[in-house]
Design a binder for this molecule. Structure first.
Ligand code: FES
Length: 287
């Protein structure tokens, strides 16, 4: 699977996960803001007999503690207690709790602000990535690149004795001899055979050793890498140096004589020892 496809799948998945995380964080914060009752308190509430709980369950020691706590929580001079402690449990009385005192609304506001800020940052980041990837889907390196008319390309190569370089595709186009097709069918992938049958190979400029750009050597009529000396024939088959295989290549469509290179797919170069054209160096090497 191509890297951009993986990214296009991964981004929405990450966004969904981030949204779930944000929702979970909000719920968790709201719970911690409003507090939760203990198991005993929930049981007491269900029975609807908070007072009864005090009379039936309190031990003498508990009652003493309850009395102590009640005194400490009762506001001085208040006619009716707002908060009482029963058997170690804090219970709210008849008077409704003041939301401002509890700070619930304020906390909710901050929680929602945090979620909104997180969503904004994630959204901006995702849009930036999609914007970065989008052009490569429709053209440029990583997409489909128009190289021109195959007849013009082959004529230019024959005239200058140079590969036809397509900068946008970071690729060289060289002729592929028809006589070598039977050997090519035994080695090359079906993805690139059609362009070879049309008479060309499209080679990625990157050396398969450590990634240097491989220039053309006019005297030997080979590609020769200046970094560590790897050498490749006119059709990108390995001739020497530390490269682990021949040059990688791109599939190309030749329709109505027009060559379109698909740089979104890289086909690995042929293994060491592949020599379908039998081309030897035609002069001194450059490296
Ligand atoms: S990068 Fe080309 S030979 Fe090492």
């Amino acid at each position: 699977m191509e890297a951009k496809t993986v990214l296009l799948i991964a981004i929405p998945v990450l966004l969904v996960l981030a949204a779930l995380l944000a929702i979970a964080t909000t719920v968790s914060r709201q719970r911690s803001a409003t507090g939760s009752l203990t198991k005993e308190a929930r049981k007491a509430d269900r029975s609807g007999s908070g007072a009864a709980l005090a009379t039936t369950d309190e031990t003498a020691e508990g009652r003493a503690r309850s009395s102590e706590t009640r005194q400490s929580l009762e506001p001085a001079g208040a006619g009716k207690p707002v908060v009482t402690a029963v058997g170690g449990l804090i219970r709210f009385g008849d008077a409704p709790a003041d939301p401002e005192t509890l700070g619930v609304n304020r906390r909710q506001f901050f929680n929602r602000s945090i979620v909104a800020a997180q969503s904004l940052v994630l959204g901006s980041f995702s849009l930036a990535i999609i914007g970065f990837l989008w052009p490569s889907l429709s053209g440029g390196f990583g997409g489909k690149v128009k190289a021109g008319d195959i007849k013009d390309i082959l004529a230019t190569i024959a005239e200058k004795k140079l590969p036809f370089y397509v900068p946008e595709a970071r690729a060289y186009i060289n002729p592929y001899p028809e006589s070598a097709l039977p050997a090519a069918k035994k080695v090359y992938s079906a993805a690139i055979l059609p362009e070879m049958q049309a008479g060309i190979v499209v080679l990625f400029q990157k050396c398969v050793h450590l990634g240097c750009r491989v220039p053309w050597c006019q005297t030997s009529q080979w590609f020769e890498c200046p970094c560590h000396g790897s050498k490749y024939s006119r059709v990108g088959e390995k001739k020497g140096g530390p490269a682990p295989r021949g040059l990688d290549r791109f599939p190309a469509d030749v329709t109505g004589g027009q060559v379109t290179i698909n740089t979104g797919i890289v086909i690995q170069g042929p293994p060491i020892g592949t020599n379908t054209t039998g081309q030897e160096a035609e002069g001194p090497n450059c490296v």
